[in-house]
Design a protein around this ligand. Structure first.
Ligand SMILES: [Zn+2]
Length: 280
């Protein structure tokens, strides 16, 4: 599941393959931009912004994409066979004389003027992996709606950008509170630690293909995807339940012994069958 660290890695792969080179191939397979042709333009840079990717090309244009749940950008040398999925899932192709980037299953793909990028990403809060990172602002945003659950506040990219469902569960575990705790009820000492903790986790993982929050080998995550196995700290079975606003429920993991705060009653089944995805 793409989170800020995954998107950061995707941006770097794309940047390494495309930046500074002239596009010799351009194919956007979404109706609105199907006739757009970027060939002959140099790619200037590829920048992650939260979970969004901004590919800037000469002439003041930006290709904005978002991976959501299972989109991906793959980079191939021009003699390689493409392996990212069936051809009908391809949404974008950008290539130069020696590399081709292929975007699969991209739910968001739009071409806009670079000057108008804020239309696509202007709503985002401080970016955990970006040059605009601002821990004080991120914390103020998270606490601005004190009745909202911490888990939902962490996922809201307007508060801070980069946390997805895996880090949501892991950050709450490391803070010792359940994701259902109202943000305003987070003890002040833990609230003060939250921004730096989240940034440390994403920073530590942005260079690594396998996401790890524990620092231990062989056990990459404390709670996410681990129900009903024993908690790594205390041995209590890790629990899972859905959390969301009703329109979008996300499987949420926690240890009922290590984490204090409200939680769904034991035995209440998730609203749908949960098959955890691989953590990346
Ligand atoms: Zn525990």
């Amino acid at each position: 599941m793409p989170e800020g660290d995954t998107v950061w890695q995707a941006a770097r792969r794309l940047h390494d393959a495309l930046a500074g080179k002239v596009l010799t191939r351009s194919d956007l397979r979404v109706p609105k931009f199907a006739t757009a042709d970027l060939t002959g333009r140099t790619v200037l840079d590829v920048t992650p912004r939260g979970k969004h990717l901004l590919t800037r090309v000469e002439g003041g244009l930006t290709l904005h994409s978002h991976l959501r749940m299972d989109g991906s950008w793959k980079v191939f040398t021009n003699d390689q066979r493409w392996t990212g999925g069936p051809a009908h899932q391809i949404r974008a192709i950008l290539g130069n004389h020696d590399r081709t980037a292929v975007g699969y299953r991209l739910p968001v793909l739009e071409l806009l003027r670079t000057a108008d990028e804020s239309r696509a990403v202007g709503h985002l809060g401080p970016d955990l992996l970006g040059p605009d990172w601002n821990p004080e602002q991120a914390l103020a945003n998270l606490l601005a709606d004190p009745a909202r659950s911490l888990g939902e506040a962490l996922l809201d990219q307007r508060n801070l950008a980069g946390i997805g469902n895996v880090y949501k569960s892991e950050v709450c575990f490391l803070l010792g509170v359940t994701p259902w705790l109202p943000a305003g009820a987070l003890p002040a000492d833990r609230a003060a630690k939250l921004p730096a903790l989240a940034k440390r986790l994403l920073d530590a993982n942005r260079e690594h293909p396998v996401r790890n929050t524990t620092g231990a080998r062989g056990q990459n995550l404390f709670v996410y995807g681990r129900a009903p196995r024993p908690c790594l700290r205390c041995g209590t079975p890790v629990r899972v339940a859905d959390q969301g606003d009703g329109s979008r429920e996300r499987p949420t993991y926690w240890c009922p012994a290590c984490q204090t705060g409200p939680a769904p009653a034991p035995g209440s089944p998730p609203t749908r069958r949960i098959r955890p995805r691989s953590p990346r």
